[in-house]
Design a protein around this ligand. Structure first.
Ligand code: ADP
Ligand code: ADP
Length: 232
């Protein structure tokens, strides 16, 4: 079964005259170990698709299945727990806490989950993103690319089934962006992580193995890259 499955997902924001069909019947699978880029014009529903797929928004109609679990069957509490344990997020703005160093930022999801963050785990994840020597640095003491790599480490520390990324390179220059994209690619290649990434940037999309296009809340097409181009 796929890591994430959307079946005829509709999402309507607002009511009556003001209703917006953000997603209008989207069915798509994200297989385990795949890296998919979601592209499309502004307002086409990319962020809404990501939020529904990640269980942050509930669809108006249709089903979202995460690891075979139908999110619509879960209470808010159960959904929160499933998200906490099985889903990672990376945003355009890195959302790091400025007063905590890199290692504590990475440890945060474990602390919030009531788990004891071991040095071995937090240091290991920081090493995996190439920041072993930045554990004691605070966000303000790091470059944008480094901060985003801390954000990726934070998203991966709980060992999530799926990593969702919304414009993860939107605030980075192209060099730093490539470093982050190469890191995401290696998570898929070496750890069979599943990644769904919204992006406007064709360079970013070229790191994914597959690109799905949205237009007006519907799937408008799809491209598979048999050999993803890695410009590292
Ligand atoms: P994209 O990420 O492709 O720019 P979005 O998913 O953000 O598209 O938005 C799709 C449509 O849904 C747009 O018309 C947007 O204005 C609308 N929309 C998104 N979020 C909300 C919201 N919270 N409330 C009302 N309308 C929204
Ligand atoms: P990355 O490889 O993460 O994209 P850069 O190439 O932007 O990082 O930066 C290279 C080096 O310059 C880094 O080791 C970092 O310590 C330093 N550096 C870059 N920008 C900043 C900044 N705004 N503040 C502090 N150090 C920075």
């Amino acid at each position: 079964e796929p890591a994430v499955r959307l079946r005829a997902v509709r999402k309507v924001y607002g009511t009556g005259q003001a209703a917006v069909n953000a997603l209008d019947g989207v069915s798509v699978d994200f297989p385990k170990g795949s890296f998919t880029a979601v592209m499309g014009p502004s307002g086409s529903g990319k962020s809404t698709l990501l939020q529904c797929a990640a269980g942050l928004e509930r669809p108006t109609d249709g089903d979202v299945l995460l690891g075979g679990v139908r999110l619509g069957d879960l209470s808010e509490t159960a959904l929160t727990l499933l998200r906490r344990d099985h889903v990672g997020f990376v945003f355009q703005s890195f959302n790091l806490l400025p007063f905590l160093d890199a290692e504590l930022n990475v440890a945060l999801p474990l602390l919030l989950a009531g788990r004891r963050p071991s040095r071995k785990v937090t240091a290991g994840v920081l090493a995996a993103v190439g920041l072993a020597d930045r554990a004691r640095h605070r966000p303000g003491e790091m470059s944008g690319g480094q901060q985003q790599r801390v954000a990726v480490a934070r998203a991966l520390v709980t060992g999530p089934q799926v990593l969702f990324a919304d414009e993860p390179t939107g605030n980075l220059d192209s060099g730093a962006g490539r470093a982050v994209l190469g890191l995401l690619r290696s998570m898929v290649d070496e750890r069979r992580q599943t990644i769904v990434m919204v992006t406007h940037d064709p360079l970013a999309a070229s790191f994914a193995g597959r690109v799905v296009f949205l237009r007006d809340g519907r799937l408008a097409g799809e491209l598979a890259a048999p050999t993803p181009r890695v410009v590292a």
